[in-house]
Design a protein around this ligand. Structure first.
Ligand code: SAH
Length: 231
């Protein structure tokens, strides 16, 4: 897979994406990560990439020529262009899986107050938000999107790390887990986990997953019931 990140701060990358699971995927060639600097597409000597919005209001907007030129420079047929935006669809495990299945992902980080709307209409396939809060710019959002996508690529996780069991993998939150010692500060590991009865353990964990999801995330629970055809 190829991921291009468009940004005004290419020095921020790979940053956290260079370590751990993502770093391993990058080093092994499972994914190729490039950065593109919007500044290189400025039309003047001063490197101007932003301008005040028509109609007034605070802040600056990215110029449409600069934004589209940067995207079109790296775009290949079939590439999916994502713009980070608090107005976008909220990132989910399902969306991450969808993005992980495209061979070429272009993540355009937003800067300033955002991007001229005509440029968005022209070259962006989907606007993606990482949650209902406002970040200073799109770089951290781009990293979050890239991270969720990379760890889903076949081979990114080792045998001992499974994506299937993760929270949201099956539409539910993950069950609580325990490791050694069997008793910690007077709290014993649930006995069933030491029983060796894998059928029972699976059933027990599934029950906890369902209860946790119902309790903590009614929104996720409702979606799960709908997907399972229960509701
Ligand atoms: N004026 C904008 C916010 C600008 S924040 C508004 O009210 O919608 C600057 C940039 O940071 C945005 O263009 C976007 O690319 C990025 N950003 C901020 N919050 C984000 C979020 N929750 N998810 C994804 N990107 C975000």
């Amino acid at each position: 897979m190829r991921i291009d990140i468009l940004t005004l701060f290419p020095e921020m990358f790979p940053g956290p994406l260079g370590s751990s699971i993502d770093g391993r995927a990058l080093r092994s060639g499972l994914v190729e990560l490039n950065t593109v600097n919007y500044r290189d597409f400025a039309g003047d000597e001063r490197g101007t990439v932003d301008e005040r919005p028509y109609g007034g209001g605070p802040g600056m907007l990215m110029l449409p020529e600069v934004f589209t030129a940067a995207v079109e420079k790296v775009k290949t047929p079939g590439a999916v262009v994502v713009l980070t935006s608090p107005r976008g669809e909220v990132l989910s495990q399902a969306l991450a899986a969808e993005l992980a299945s495209c061979g070429h992902l272009i993540i355009a980080a937003g800067h300033y107050e955002g991007v001229d709307e005509r440029a968005v209409e022209e070259v962006v396939d989907r606007e993606v938000s990482i949650g209902d809060y406002v970040l200073s710019n799109g770089n951290l959002a781009a990293m979050v999107i890239a991270d969720t996508v990379i760890r889903l690529l076949p081979g990114a996780l080792g045998d001992s790390e499974s994506a299937e069991q993760d929270s949201f993998g099956d539409g539910l939150l993950e069950f609580p887990q325990y490791t050694r010692p069997p008793v910690f500060r007077g709290r014993a590991v649930p006995e069933i986990l030491l029983s060796g009865d894998h059928g029972k353990i699976r059933e027990y964990r599934r029950g906890l997953s369902e209860a946790l999801t119902r309790e903590r995330r009614p929104d996720v629970w409702e979606k799960f019931l709908t997907n399972e055809g229960i509701k």
